[in-house]
Ligand binder design. Structure first.
Ligand SMILES: [Zn+2]
Length: 253
C-alpha cells in the first residue's frame, strides 16, 4: 500500500474536474448513509452545488436506493425544480428545501437531509442538542430547531423558513421530521450528518439512563473551535470515504 498518502484538501484545474470529484463524494456519502441505516423508503436527499453554474445543484434520483447510487446516477436540477440533466425525477421536497438553503447560503456547497432514526426521534423533542460529549460540542451554539412542522415540505416558502431557521449554522433539527446539515464541501455536510445522528443517539441514551452532566458554555465553545470547524468536518469524512470506496468501488462510476 505504498500509494497511501496523508489527506490534503483537493485542488482543481477545471470545473469539470471539480464536478467529478463532488459527484463521487456525493455517491460515497449516499452509500455511507445506506450503510448507517439512514434510508427510509424514498425519503432523504443530499445536494451539491454545481461548481460552474451555482444556480444548479446535483441531487439523488427520486426513488433510487442510496445503496445503489453511482456518481453518474445523480441528476442536475435548476432553480425552478426542472431536471436539466438525467432521466429520473427529482423529489419535490428535495427541491423545496435544498433550493432555498442553497439560495440563502452562498457559502454552502452541500446540504444533507434524511429520516435517520435517532435524529428523527430526537426531533420530536423540539430542542437543540446539549453539549454532553466532545463530539456534540461541534454543534454547540451552531444549530437550530425549525419548529413549524406542517406536513411534507412541498413549497419553497417553507424551504425559505427552514433556511431562515438554519441561519448561519451548520445544522437544523426539523421538528417531528429529522436532521438537516450543510457544509462548504460534500465531505463536511455528510460528516456533520453522520456525527449529528450519533450525537442524537448518545443524548437519547444518556437522558434515558440518568441525569447527564453538561459541558459548561466556555468549554463547549472551545471544543467547538477544535472539532466543529469546516476543516475538521472535511477531514473527519476522509477515512469513511476511503473505506466505502474500497468496499464499493462502483460508486465512482
Ligand atoms: Zn424529510
Amino acid at each position: 500500500m505504498s500509494d497511501r498518502q496523508p489527506h490534503q484538501l483537493p485542488r482543481f484545474s477545471s470545473p469539470d474536474e471539480e464536478r467529478t470529484h463532488m459527484k463521487q463524494r456525493m455517491a460515497a456519502a449516499f452509500r455511507l448513509f445506506d450503510r448507517f441505516g439512514f434510508n427510509e423508503g424514498v425519503a432523504g436527499h443530499l445536494t451539491g452545488r454545481d461548481p460552474e453554474h451555482p444556480e444548479l445543484f446535483w441531487v439523488n434520483p427520486f426513488g433510487m436506493s442510496f445503496g445503489l447510487i453511482r456518481a453518474s446516477d445523480l441528476i442536475l436540477v435548476d432553480d425552478q425544480g426542472k431536471v436539466v440533466e438525467g432521466d429520473w425525477p427529482v423529489n419535490a421536497a428535495a427541491f423545496a428545501i435544498h433550493s432555498q438553503v442553497h439560495a440563502a447560503r452562498p457559502d454552502v456547497q452541500a446540504a444533507a437531509h434524511t429520516h435517520s432514526p435517532y435524529g428523527r426521534a430526537f426531533s420530536t423533542l423540539g430542542k437543540t442538542l446539549a453539549p454532553l460529549t466532545q463530539d456534540a460540542c461541534a454543534f454547540y451554539d451552531d444549530h437550530a430547531v425549525f419548529d413549524d412542522f406542517t406536513g411534507v415540505v412541498l413549497d419553497t416558502e417553507e424551504g425559505k423558513r427552514i433556511a431562515h431557521a438554519l441561519s448561519d449554522g451548520k445544522a437544523a433539527i426539523l421538528r417531528n421530521h429529522g436532521l438537516l446539515t450543510v457544509g462548504a464541501s460534500v465531505d463536511e455536510a455528510a460528516w456533520w450528518f453522520i456525527t449529528m445522528e450519533r450525537s442524537c443517539q448518545v443524548q437519547l441514551l444518556a437522558d434515558a439512563a440518568g441525569d447527564p452532566v453538561t459541558i459548561d458554555d466556555e468549554c463547549a465553545a472551545l471544543t467547538r473551535s477544535q472539532v466543529g470547524t469546516s476543516m475538521a468536518g472535511w477531514f473527519s469524512f476522509q477515512p469513511l470515504y476511503d473505506k466505502i470506496v474500497a468496499d464499493q468501488p462502483d460508486l465512482l462510476d
